[in-house]
Every structure is written in structure tokens, then in C-alpha cells.
Design a protein around this ligand. Structure first.
Ligand SMILES: *Cc1c(COP(=O)(O)O)cnc(C)c1O
Length: 390
């Protein structure tokens, strides 16, 4: 008997049984021709996930945070100027990591709940006639607030200013769940991790780099050792890594890519969009508000929900976990205690989402939130009934 409920975390996400089985193998020599074939196949199959023909995918033993470090240390030098927006916990953490590597980050602050400040970036890039800015950072999907940003708007800002800065995008909670078009959006480095839309357990940083980013390596003097892409490129040509490969995670990723391909990427994106809208309908039926400002910025993978004054979101999440054994995301950083998050990405269906909504409703009513039991579930059911076609 299994008593494991699905998690509604915005990562790590639920692992499909099929994927778990694919990882359950006896030891394999990571230098064997047999493994090399799998690994090369996985690297190739990652291209459509990033929306790139021209870019080169990379897999490192790490998590998304390691991916940020790989992105900047292989392309930039200490003292380089970088332009970034601060609009949530993840965009802030990437900025902090850049500073630890000695980069000079120009930060544009926005309220949490807002998206990347593309307009302000456009103005700053226009004014940067000496082209001091070497890279622009975008957190595509701010997991703390449930805000999706328009990466192509930042690309346009760069084009209009005729600016050569590299465009680096954190797509950790969007890639493989929401449309991501690396080549069309002029993205130079795209970063994700294994444990979100891709669905394997945590442990891999997954990236793609444009030819321009790969060329920037030659001038980049940031410290790097384990995360050197040139060493990785050479080992990848032989179907391996410069060190022991986390082979079982690679098998998991291979299965995940196969599953995504079978469902069809467009269908995967449509599924996430439909499920997300049902969650939002539930939130509105409860009479609660989203952290995300503006319909065009709503994330399809995570919804951050503001709770009524006088309640503690941390207690709500703990109550759902302790009494009902269901895990939701808490509020992060500035909105800790004031918001909770429902992750709806990866291996999720409408039926699973409805159990999550029903559970958090029970938890809210248990704690005397002014909401009507069943109201959010009914709103989501109505939406799914009308929008899920067999
Ligand atoms: C999860 C996440 C990360 C990376 O976190 P790790 O814990 O290092 O995997 C980075 N950015 C965003 C937007 C995320 O959601």
C-alpha cells in the first residue's frame, strides 16, 4: 500500500513511476560505449526542450544554482557589469551569486509580484553607449511570486539598442513546462535543473549555450574548475563527463525526455496552462489574491497566493503537511508567512490538482480562514470540465 500523496511543491516535483523505474539500474561504467550512446542521445534530445537548433546543451552534476554559476563564470570576468532585475527570491539569489564572483551588478528593483523590468532595461541599454554591460539576466519564471516574464521583450530591448550584451535566462521553473524559445528570443545561456519540469530527482544542472556564449569563454576570467564548460565539451564528445557521471539521473532524464516527446511539447505546455488557470479560478473563488500582478504575467507552473491579514502562511503549510500529509510551498523571503504556493508543474493532472485544492481548503477552514469549503474545488472543476478535452 502506498500512502504517498502527490507534492504540490514548485520543485522538486512528483516523479513518474516510469521515470523511477528507468533510474533503477545496476552500476554501469560511465566510460563504456553503451553509456556514451545514452548520454549523447540525451544531450541531443534536450535541444527542443530549450527551443534551440544552434545552441549547445550541457548537463552538470549540480542544481539550478550551480547552473547560474556555470552561466556566469564561463562567460564573464570579475568587474564585468551585469544588468539584472530584482523582483523575487530567485532573481535576488542570482544577483547575490554574481556579486560573490566579483561582478558589478546594476540592479533594477521592482515590487514582488511584478515581472522583469524590460522597459527600464531598454532605457539603460540605450544609454550604455560604451557597452559596459556584458550580460543581462532574466528570471523567466519567478518561483517565489508565480510571475512569468517576457524574455523576448528583453531581447528586443537589446536589439533596439544594438547592444552586444549576453542574454542569460533562469528557466529553472519554466523550461519543459512553459514555451521556451531560446533561438527566437536570442537567449545566450538558458539554465534549468532536473527536479522541476523535467521531473527527475534533484542533482543535475541542465543548460544550453549559444555560439556567442561559447565564444565568450575565451575572454572570461571568472574562477571555474569543476564547472568549466571547455572540459565538459571535450568529455561530452566522448559521451561522458570529466568526472564520474551521475548515470542514474541521466537515465531518468532520458526517460523524461522520451515522455515529454510522447505527450508532445505543445500538449505539455497546454496542459500546464489549463491546470494553472483552474488553480487561479480556485484562488479567486476563495476570495484570495495572487501575488502576481497582471494577467499577462501569471505563471503556468506555480501560483503564489496572498493570505488574509492576521494569518500565518507558514502555519497553514505546516498544518497541511502534518494533518493531511500533503506538501505545499511556503512563502519565501519578503513574503514569508504572508503567502503560500501551489506548484503545478511536471507530472500533474487535473485530478491531482483537485486533490491539492481540496486539501488546502480543508487546512484553511481548519485554521478559520474566511473561505467556503468546496468553493475553490468547484471553480476548478467547472473550468477543467469545460477545458479538458479527451
Ligand atoms: C528552483 C529554482 C532555482 C534553483 O534552485 P536549486 O535549488 O539550486 O535547484 C533557480 N531559479 C528558479 C527560478 C527556481 O525555481
Amino acid at each position: 500500500m502506498t500512502t504517498q500523496n502527490p507534492v504540490f511543491l514548485p520543485g522538486p516535483t512528483n516523479i513518474p513511476d516510469r521515470l523511477r523505474r528507468a533510474m533503477n539500474t545496476q552500476t554501469i561504467d560511465h566510460r563504456s560505449p553503451e553509456f556514451a550512446e545514452h548520454f549523447k542521445h540525451v544531450l541531443e534530445q534536450l535541444k527542443p526542450i530549450f527551443g534551440t537548433d544552434q545552441g549547445q546543451p550541457f548537463i552538470f552534476p549540480a542544481t539550478g544554482t550551480g547552473g547560474w554559476e556555470i552561466a556566469i563564470t564561463n562567460t564573464l570576468s570579475p568587474g564585468d557589469k551585469v544588468l539584472a532585475g530584482s523582483y523575487g527570491a530567485f532573481s535576488d539569489k542570482w544577483i547575490a551569486l554574481c556579486r560573490q564572483h566579483g561582478l558589478n551588478v546594476e540592479v533594477v528593483d521592482r515590487a514582488w509580484g511584478e515581472a522583469v523590468p524590460a522597459d527600464e532595461f531598454a532605457r539603460i541599454l540605450q544609454d550604455d553607449t560604451r557597452q559596459d554591460i556584458k550580460a543581462v539576466l532574466v528570471t523567466h519564471n519567478e518561483t517565489a511570486t508565480g510571475v512569468a516574464s517576457d524574455v523576448s521583450a528583453v531581447h528586443q530591448a537589446l536589439e533596439q539598442a544594438d547592444h552586444p550584451a549576453l542574454l542569460m535566462v533562469d528557466g529553472v521553473s519554466s523550461i519543459a513546462s512553459m514555451p521556451f524559445r531560446m533561438d527566437d528570443w536570442g537567449v545566450d545561456v538558458a539554465v534549468t535543473g532536473s527536479q522541476k519540469g523535467l521531473m527527475p530527482p534533484p542533482g543535475l544542472a541542465v543548460l544550453a549555450m549559444s555560439q556567442r556564449a561559447l565564444q565568450a569563454y575565451d575572454q572570461a576570467t571568472c574562477h571555474r574548475a569543476y564547472f568549466d564548460i571547455r572540459d565538459m565539451q571535450q568529455a561530452n564528445e566522448a559521451g561522458s563527463m570529466p568526472y564520474t557521471v551521475p548515470t542514474n539521473l541521466v537515465y531518468g532524464l532520458e526517460e523524461s525526455l522520451q515522455m515529454l516527446q510522447e505527450e508532445g511539447l505543445q500538449q505539455v505546455f497546454a496542459r500546464h496552462a489549463t491546470l494553472a488557470e483552474g488553480v487561479r479560478r480556485a484562488v479567486w473563488a476563495w476570495g484570495l489574491t495572487l501575488c502576481a500582478q497582471g494577467r499577462q504575467n501569471y505563471s503556468d507552473t506555480v501560483t503564489a497566493i496572498e493570505i488574509p491579514e492576521g494569518f500565518d502562511a507558514g502555519k497553514l503549510v505546516a498544518h497541511a503537511r502534518e494533518r493531511y500529509k500533503v506538501q505545499f510551498g511556503g512563502g519565501l523571503g519578503n513574503i514569508a508567512g504572508k503567502a503560500f504556493r501551489i506548484g503545478h508543474l511536471g507530472d500533474v493532472t487535473a485530478a491531482m490538482i483537485l486533490t491539492g485544492l481540496a486539501t488546502i481548503e480543508m487546512a484553511m477552514v481548519d485554521l478559520d480562514y474566511p473561505i467556503q469549503l468546496g468553493s475553490g474545488v468547484a471553480a476548478a472543476q467547472e473550468y477543467y470540465r469545460q477545458n479538458i478535452k479527451g
